[in-house]
Design a protein around this ligand. Structure first.
Ligand code: ADP
Length: 460
């Protein structure tokens, strides 16, 4: 009779499924480069390569006080940023968690919520000791709005939402100018601000990173979603030739690279688990690259593998596994914890499974979970390296080298994520891959929109 498979036998199967060879990575980079070029040449492509109307890098000398509203995938942040010049800044911020109803409800109400939080922030931050407003009569505060969903722009303070991503689905918003919607909410509450720049978190991170570290040439966000921005020569953006902007001017491009390989699924190594994530998402076929990488999905991929093995009678024998059967209950943060468990007995993993899922685990199971988390996390980092490599290669940054400003919980909190991206870059480029390094771009999305608001003011 057949001998029972050990956890190690199972692991080998998943190693094969989730491991990316250097050769495969180079193929992905080539396809990625073609996709970037296509997005720059024609409007309406799957990876839209959005011109942001942010012209060139900051000098580092921008100064002044700016408000920033940052609508991310998980949180809404209101920031007060003081730019001090010399690449330095100070930031005060409040964070509000978005509810599922807000993400899925009415679009205008979502912006109303942003405006309410902004009003509260101003009411608490612009007061003296007696509680009197420190704003002078008629004073209007400049504000940058970081809205991290793909928008097509014709100007810096305008943007039509192409589509929601990252699980958002608020109604009556796609196809509309979100800057106008935001302004309406602000006007309704008579908040004394003027929104001067609508930007994406990647663009903000690019500008903020460069402000602090001028070697920055690319920015990548690894949060609920995954996306990148970089600076492109206007002459190399054929689709905006008709605007008559100087060819040698530089404009930040919001790649929206999370959409790479959407719909056709020709280039990325998708497992059956990735397909289930996609098919059960609210946007089937879309954001194919993001779904293999970002914080919203990694926990779910692991959960689906576990569910499969439960069905096969391999895991948690004799126990009730219903708590693990709800989609998205296994958060990506758990993968971080599992990977960072330093104990031989894997006590952290015991805790996660008993506390959150009422399940006992054997040591062999726990070792398997940790190894699986590593496979999924490593694949995400190596795929990200492919995207970075495509931009590096397109822009010829390899010889001179550059820094990649990165932000988002996955980058900041997932153990070894950055090392794995670096290792991936070396697998793609060989020794020269070491010329490309990533660094954490702190508060990029909020600070970036402030700097852009400052740059816009200077230009006007
Ligand atoms: P956002 O992208 O919404 O602006 P974040 O950068 O904080 O915000 O990303 C949130 C995502 O990061 C969520 O999908 C969450 O699952 C994931 N996440 C949160 N904490 C961790 C962690 N410790 N390790 C890895 N991923 C995490």
């Amino acid at each position: 009779h057949a001998t029972k498979k050990t956890m190690a036998d199972h692991l080998r199967k998943f190693e094969q499924l989730f491991t990316l060879t250097p050769q495969r990575m180079r193929m992905i980079v080539e396809a990625f480069k073609e996709t970037l070029a296509l997005g720059l040449s024609q409007p309406g492509q799957i990876v839209p390569m959005i011109p942001t109307f942010v012209f060139g890098y900051p000098t580092g000398q921008e100064t002044g006080e700016y408000l920033a509203v940052d609508l991310g995938g998980t949180n809404l942040r209101i920031c007060l940023v003081t730019l001090q010049g010399k690449g330095e800044f100070e930031i005060t911020q409040s964070k509000y968690r978005l509810t599922e109803e807000q993400k899925q409800g009415d679009g205008q109400q979502l912006f109303d919520f942003c405006a309410q939080c902004l009003k509260t922030f101003i009411d608490t931050n612009y007061v003296d000791e007696d509680g009197k407003s420190t704003l002078s009569e008629g004073q209007v505060l400049p504000l940058g709005f970081t809205f991290s969903y793909p928008c097509s722009q014709e100007r810096i303070d305008h943007g039509v939402l192409i589509r929601w991503t990252k699980g958002f689905g608020a109604g009556d918003t796609e196809g509309r100018d979100v800057a106008a919607m935001f302004n309406k909410s602000v006007d309704d509450l008579k908040i004394p601000v003027k929104m001067t720049a609508l930007i994406n978190d990647t663009t903000g991170t690019l500008i903020a990173s460069h402000y602090v570290n001028p070697r920055t040439k690319i920015a990548v966000i690894f949060g609920t979603g995954c996306n990148a921005a970089y600076m492109e020569r206007v002459g190399d953006i054929p689709k905006i030739k008709n605007l008559g902007i100087d060819d040698d001017a530089e404009m930040a491009i919001n790649c929206e690279w999370g959409a790479f390989d959407s719909f056709k699924h020709e280039h990325l190594p998708r497992t059956k688990y990735d397909q289930i994530v996609d098919e059960s998402s609210n946007k089937v076929g879309e954001q194919a690259f993001e779904k293999l990488i970002s914080g919203r999905y990694l926990g779910e991929i692991l959960r689906l593998v576990l569910c499969d093995l439960i069905d096969e009678g391999v895991l948690f024998l004799g126990q009730n596994t219903y708590k693990l059967e709800t989609p998205y209950v296994l958060e990506t943060a758990f993968l971080s914890l599992m990977e960072s468990d330093p104990t031989d007995e894997l006590l952290m993993i015991i805790g996660i499974f008993s506390h959150f899922f009422a399940l006992d685990t054997t040591l062999a199971e726990r070792q398997f979970f940790k190894a699986l988390a590593k496979l999924i996390g490593r694949r995400a980092a190596r795929l990200s390296a492919c995207g970075i490599a495509a931009i590096v290669s397109k822009k010829n940054y390899l010889e001179e080298g550059c820094s990649v400003g990165a932000d988002g919980s996955l980058y900041n909190k997932y153990p070894h994520f950055a090392d794995r991206v670096h290792e991936g870059l070396q697998d793609i480029f060989g020794e020269k891959g070491k010329n490309i390094i990533t660094h954490h771009a702190e508060d990029g999305s909020g600070v970036g929109s402030s700097i852009i608001a400052a740059m816009t003011k200077i230009r006007k």
